[in-house]
Ligand binder design. Structure first.
Ligand SMILES: [Zn+2]
Length: 256
């Protein structure tokens, strides 16, 4: 449960778990909460610091906006010392020569050529451990072998691979699923209330999503409970129709 951000709303985690259950999902062992695991992230941060691969960065978002936009990455400003006094974030120094390549389960070959990644924040200026560090540590400690998530997180994957290497952790396999978009390809509007998850329509909504993901579930599953739809999906799942697809546009007049 990714609840490191102090803005996390109370009760939200519990509601998410109940929703997952309604949709037939189960998990191995107790649910881990990042907010109770900060000792692990601190230990990882100290290891990276001891290895000399981190530096403190005082740059504000505003200071970086124009420079980083021109380069497409953090320009390395504070590598030789924070540019001004005050609170700092901690960054992992990523070698300009580091080039990464990974075979994504759905996207195929993905590359980060040398010089494109930029030094990633692993502890924020407000002291909160960054998402990037927390997920890499969690995945390794929980023995996660395959990470499946939305293609919007593809960008983070290079940093996560680099972080895992710097910490000497085993690399998981990655699979990034396409994102649903508006019919014209624009980012899904928040106003689209018809897309909200409805636990009482779980089976039906799963069927809609499987159809959008080009799995062609049989008509006979109409009206089946979520568990039955998931069982079909587990048996018949095919990654081939998704190959290289970063997004899938919703049909013009319908929504799950
Ligand atoms: Zn900086």
């Amino acid at each position: 449960m990714e609840d490191l951000d102090p803005r996390c709303i109370e009760g939200c985690a519990e509601e998410q778990l109940r929703t997952l259950e309604a949709f037939g999902f189960t998990w191995d062992g107790p649910v881990e909460y990042q907010s109770r695991r900060t000792a692990h992230y601190q230990e990882a941060l100290e290891r990276l610091r001891a290895a000399g691969v981190t530096f403190e960065c005082s740059c504000s978002r505003r200071e970086l906006a124009s420079e980083a936009a021109a380069l497409g990455r953090y320009p390395g400003t504070c590598r030789t010392g924070a540019r001004h006094p005050g609170p700092t974030a901690t960054r992992l120094r990523i070698d300009e020569g580091l080039a990464l390549a990974v075979e994504d389960l759905f996207q195929g070959p993905i590359q980060w050529p040398a010089g494109t990644l930029g030094d990633v924040i692993i502890r924020r200026r407000d002291g909160v451990f960054a998402y990037q560090l927390a997920v890499v540590v969690d995945d390794a400690l929980q023995g996660v072998t395959t990470v499946v998530r939305g293609a919007d997180l593809l960008e983070s994957t290079g940093w996560q691979i680099a972080l895992g290497r710097a910490l000497g952790l085993p690399a998981p396999r990655y699979g990034h699923l396409p994102l649903l978009t508006e019919p014209g390809g624009a980012k899904l509007a928040k106003s689209r209330r018809s897309l909200a998850l409805e636990p009482q329509r779980a089976g039906e909504q799963l069927l809609t999503v499987l159809t959008l993901l080009r799995q062609a579930p049989p008509r006979a599953l109409a009206g089946a409970p979520a568990r039955e739809v998931l069982a079909w999906a587990l048996e018949h799942w095919s990654s081939a129709p998704l190959h290289g697809l970063r997004q899938i546009a919703l049909p013009a007049s319908t929504g799950p």
